[in-house]
Design a protein around this ligand. Structure first.
Ligand SMILES: [Zn+2]
Length: 130
Protein backbone atom coordinates (compact mmCIF):
# COMPACT_ATOMS: atom_id res chain seq x y z
CA UNK A 1 0.00 0.00 0.00
CA UNK A 2 1.52 3.39 -0.96
CA UNK A 3 2.06 6.01 1.71
CA UNK A 4 -0.35 8.52 0.23
CA UNK A 5 -0.46 11.09 3.01
CA UNK A 6 2.78 13.03 3.41
CA UNK A 7 3.62 14.14 6.94
CA UNK A 8 4.25 17.64 8.21
CA UNK A 9 7.31 18.20 10.41
CA UNK A 10 7.05 18.27 14.19
CA UNK A 11 5.53 21.60 15.32
CA UNK A 12 7.70 21.64 18.45
CA UNK A 13 11.22 20.86 17.21
CA UNK A 14 10.84 21.05 13.42
CA UNK A 15 12.24 17.55 12.82
CA UNK A 16 10.54 15.38 10.19
CA UNK A 17 7.73 13.21 11.48
CA UNK A 18 8.17 9.45 11.32
CA UNK A 19 6.00 6.37 11.07
CA UNK A 20 6.56 3.54 13.52
CA UNK A 21 5.16 0.37 11.99
CA UNK A 22 6.66 -1.86 14.68
CA UNK A 23 3.66 -1.14 16.88
CA UNK A 24 -0.03 -1.80 16.52
CA UNK A 25 -1.77 0.61 16.27
CA UNK A 26 0.77 2.38 14.11
CA UNK A 27 2.30 5.50 15.68
CA UNK A 28 3.02 8.64 13.69
CA UNK A 29 4.87 11.51 15.23
CA UNK A 30 8.10 12.98 16.44
CA UNK A 31 10.68 10.51 17.76
CA UNK A 32 13.31 13.10 18.61
CA UNK A 33 14.33 12.24 22.22
CA UNK A 34 14.98 15.94 22.92
CA UNK A 35 11.40 16.81 22.03
CA UNK A 36 8.11 16.32 23.87
CA UNK A 37 7.44 13.71 21.16
CA UNK A 38 3.87 14.42 20.12
CA UNK A 39 2.27 11.40 18.44
CA UNK A 40 -0.89 10.28 16.75
CA UNK A 41 -1.78 6.61 16.64
CA UNK A 42 -4.50 4.62 14.95
CA UNK A 43 -5.04 1.20 13.46
CA UNK A 44 -5.75 3.16 10.23
CA UNK A 45 -2.43 4.67 9.19
CA UNK A 46 -3.95 7.27 6.89
CA UNK A 47 -6.29 8.41 9.65
CA UNK A 48 -3.33 8.71 12.02
CA UNK A 49 -1.46 10.68 9.36
CA UNK A 50 -4.37 13.08 8.92
CA UNK A 51 -4.64 13.53 12.68
CA UNK A 52 -0.92 14.22 12.90
CA UNK A 53 -1.08 16.77 10.09
CA UNK A 54 -4.10 18.51 11.59
CA UNK A 55 -2.32 18.76 14.89
CA UNK A 56 0.89 19.99 13.31
CA UNK A 57 -0.62 22.74 11.13
CA UNK A 58 0.33 26.01 12.84
CA UNK A 59 -2.67 27.93 11.53
CA UNK A 60 -4.96 25.64 13.50
CA UNK A 61 -6.82 28.32 15.54
CA UNK A 62 -6.61 26.27 18.73
CA UNK A 63 -2.82 26.33 18.53
CA UNK A 64 -2.30 29.96 17.56
CA UNK A 65 -4.54 31.91 19.91
CA UNK A 66 -1.59 33.96 21.10
CA UNK A 67 1.24 35.76 19.40
CA UNK A 68 3.85 33.96 21.47
CA UNK A 69 3.91 30.25 20.72
CA UNK A 70 5.15 28.29 23.74
CA UNK A 71 8.66 27.05 23.07
CA UNK A 72 10.52 24.23 24.81
CA UNK A 73 13.84 25.51 26.11
CA UNK A 74 16.70 23.03 26.73
CA UNK A 75 17.23 22.39 30.44
CA UNK A 76 20.82 23.64 30.11
CA UNK A 77 19.38 27.14 29.68
CA UNK A 78 17.95 27.73 33.14
CA UNK A 79 14.93 29.83 34.05
CA UNK A 80 15.16 32.27 36.93
CA UNK A 81 15.54 30.48 40.27
CA UNK A 82 12.27 29.43 41.90
CA UNK A 83 10.16 30.58 38.97
CA UNK A 84 7.48 27.97 38.31
CA UNK A 85 7.63 26.63 34.76
CA UNK A 86 6.33 23.67 32.79
CA UNK A 87 8.97 20.93 32.80
CA UNK A 88 9.50 17.92 30.55
CA UNK A 89 10.76 14.84 32.42
CA UNK A 90 11.13 11.99 29.90
CA UNK A 91 12.08 9.42 32.54
CA UNK A 92 8.78 9.75 34.42
CA UNK A 93 5.54 7.93 33.68
CA UNK A 94 3.90 11.34 33.31
CA UNK A 95 6.43 13.42 31.36
CA UNK A 96 4.94 16.90 31.83
CA UNK A 97 5.08 18.56 35.27
CA UNK A 98 5.19 21.91 36.92
CA UNK A 99 8.49 22.63 38.56
CA UNK A 100 11.28 25.07 39.19
CA UNK A 101 15.05 25.29 39.25
CA UNK A 102 16.51 25.91 42.67
CA UNK A 103 20.05 27.13 42.18
CA UNK A 104 22.62 24.52 43.27
CA UNK A 105 19.89 22.05 44.25
CA UNK A 106 18.79 21.60 40.65
CA UNK A 107 15.34 20.87 39.27
CA UNK A 108 12.39 20.19 41.57
CA UNK A 109 8.74 19.50 41.04
CA UNK A 110 6.38 22.06 42.58
CA UNK A 111 6.16 19.66 45.55
CA UNK A 112 9.91 19.97 46.01
CA UNK A 113 10.96 16.49 44.82
CA UNK A 114 14.20 16.32 42.82
CA UNK A 115 13.51 15.44 39.19
CA UNK A 116 15.46 15.08 35.94
CA UNK A 117 14.38 17.64 33.36
CA UNK A 118 15.19 17.69 29.66
CA UNK A 119 13.39 20.91 28.71
CA UNK A 120 11.06 23.56 30.11
CA UNK A 121 8.75 26.31 28.97
CA UNK A 122 7.16 29.34 30.53
CA UNK A 123 3.66 29.09 31.91
CA UNK A 124 1.00 30.61 29.67
CA UNK A 125 -0.41 34.00 30.48
CA UNK A 126 -3.56 33.84 32.61
CA UNK A 127 -6.83 34.71 30.85
CA UNK A 128 -7.73 38.37 30.63
CA UNK A 129 -9.96 39.54 33.49
CA UNK A 130 -13.29 40.85 32.27
ZN1 LIG B 1 9.53 17.13 17.86
Amino acid sequence: MPESTSLLPCPFCGKPAQRDHSRDPVKIGCFNPECIKPKASSTDENYAARRWNTRAVPQNPALSTQNSTPVWIPAAQLPDDETTVIIHCPNEDEPIWLGYHDGDDGWRTVEGCPIKVSAWMHLPEPPEAK
